[in-house]
Design a protein around this ligand. Sequence first.
Ligand code: ZN
Length: 511
Amino acid sequence: MAEAAIEQRAQSVFLEPARGEIFDRNGAPLNAPSWTPAVAVFPTLCADQELSENILTQLGIKNPGDHKPYVATCDPEKLENVKNAVGLENFLAVGIIPVNTKMRYGSGSIARHVVGYLADMAENRGVAGIELAADELLTRKKPRRLTAYADGSGERIPWLSFHVVESSSETTGVYLTIDKKIQAVLEATLAGTKRPSAGVVLEVATGDVVAMASTPGFDQNSLADYLQQPDSPFLNRAVQAYTPGSVFKLVTVACALEERLTRPGEVFSCDGKASIGSTTIGCSKAGGHGRISLEEAFAQSCNVTFIELGRRCGARRLLSYAARLGLGKKTELGLPDEQAGCLPDPTSLYLGDLANISIGQGAITVTPLQIAAITATIAAGGIYHEPRLISRWVDEKGHAIPYTEQKEGVRVLSEATAIWLQGAMSLAVQPGRTGAAAFIPVLGCAGKTGSAETGKVGENGEKVLHSWFSGYAPSDQPRYAACIFVEEGGYGGSAAAPAFKELMGAILNER
Ligand SMILES: [Zn+2]
């Protein structure tokens, strides 16, 4: 028979989604697809309707009734039993073929907020995360399919007429900068905070995102179950904007040093509160820090000193440094749900507003990703690397095509300022300082805490605070920068700092 004539009577079903995988930097699929037992059913290639219905009923499969071929998953044990009882040749004679079908998201699916999800499994359309951002590329994959050929009569079909048509290359898909191992460590660390939380880990030398996670999470195979759950499980908190609290002091002191409005070693005086017009802002230490050096003011997070620095900088200059360091705008990461964060208009600010912003309170919001990028910039000696998440696309034939070019780093802080900040961040994790709980023995680390007011008050009248810690390690030759955010987690030093220590300790010791 001529090939064209056979093709006309061929019917096909897909054995996998027509969608490329989403890989980590080493080619491990983050969606962890798995092959599961199923049957391909060809209702019009059936010689015995009664037998066909009988088999499907025993397998617990409901015939959609539109005569189109379809694939249905079934319980493997049930399938084996029915197959043995009925006989494989009788399965095939009624157009039912045992196959394996690919589930897009397996139980080991990781980085779910980054990967995102599909509208539903039947509809091959990404609606969140990389599934949405790279939807057009991902849908170029040609799936593996099973084709059945009808013989001349169109009734009884010899089982030899079924065969599998191979798909695009197994390596077809989008490759991220994520490192699956580091991602797993980050996810375990965040789970340990027992709060809604987020974390970002960047490679200091490149700005590549090696891990990004958010809790609580969700199951990509049963999205509906999570719609009504508390704490918005679909939210990728790593790219949502929150009040920074004292992690913003990195920006304030950077501006003051760069503009020569203070100098290393300058001694300030803190009596426990700062009064600006009608506004009074308390220091972190009741009764005040007394005489305190710039370095200790940073390490002990002295609000009074930083309000003075903010006053010297002025709103326009301070906010221009915030913008230069990447705040108030989205990165080029490509995640659809990334927020820009808010930098207020400097002309609209009163002195009290400026005092609040100097210590990261008031009308300013930032994302954990942005704070991680500032931290990486300091660790890299003042060079800002645009964070990157998607590195390449591998096409249907297996050819790699760069997706986001690695950009040259841009100097945004002088080396002198970056080195001062490195020293101050190293001091901040020493005993008695705010970040002491982050300290990593031997390798060393450096960082800054933040405890951001939320405007809420707890049951015992205490302020409800977002907990931040952002730092890098090892301290001498920084390899990774990480920001940890724990929503309403309390003081930065008590929730986020120990999580950072756990995270960095595990990542560095694994290498
Ligand atoms: Zn103070």
